[in-house]
Ligand binder design. Sequence first.
Ligand code: PMP
Length: 311
Amino acid sequence: MIRTREQARTGANTILAQIGNTPLLDLSDFAKAQGVVPSVGVFAKAEWANPGGSIKARAALRMVEEAESDGRLTPGKIIIDSSSGNTGIALALIGAVKGYEVHLVMPANVSAERKALVKAYGARLIESDPLEGSDGAIHVVREWVAAAPQRYFYTNQYNNPANWLAHYTGTGPEIWRQTGGSVTHFVAGLGTTGTFVGTGRYLKERNPAVELVAVQPEDELSVIEGLKHLETAIVPGIYDAALPDQFLGIAAEDAWATTRALARQAGLFVGISAGAAVHAAIEVAHTLRAGTVVTILPDDGSKYVSLGLFE
Ligand code: PMP
């Protein structure tokens, strides 16, 4: 079912209109229980509230709609991307609403729930070599697009400015407004780096004193789904090395432990990168006597159950 470009573009009154404007949750009690002083607030954006269940809906929608308006994406073209999962899920959902076929290349070892979700929205899943991880999936997409460039729109989220712009015009202003401009520290994981770069750039422009803390797995061997270890991965083209004031490397065990604690002590059933982000936010909060630390909960826990995360 292919719709006209005009119908596809507006998305008014569809599920797509519900992307963004997520709640900012107060985690200060959770932080206090871990020894953070009461004069430091810790807050987090509930990004699973987006359609498709993750923060990536923001970037995916912006990448698709910019391509529609400048003619890179026209009816009949196939949307293709590599994705650790959430961008794929978001693109599959957006493709379903707008009437585009969606092809997704993912490492074969991504969780069963992720594969099932993209298929549920009608996308075609292509599995790449699990040993080559997300970089291997990127290589497969590039080969396919090079072989038939007119057939595909490659969202290319690692190099597409629409990715970080979604956060520069969405996530960043929302945090500014929801904290009444009182945010002092922004803590976020690095995947494509869109969230960190777009939100961080906006907040720094509003107040250059805002500290930007980038969160990564502590080394090459620590796996935190959704996050990259930049020193050993392909550095995304949209990444801006001048932005972070500080890096925090988080051990996978700490990310898992905080993820479990968030469910049991705060009623927040979130993914592992959210656990890593909150762990880092609390580490930052411990160093402060006053301030407002804001972090991101990129998705909920449902895609990680089969990993044994909550057992
Ligand atoms: N957490 C999860 C669960 C993700 O899927 C992603 C996206 N790869 C991120 C964090 C990182 O977000 P970004 O791509 O904007 O850096």
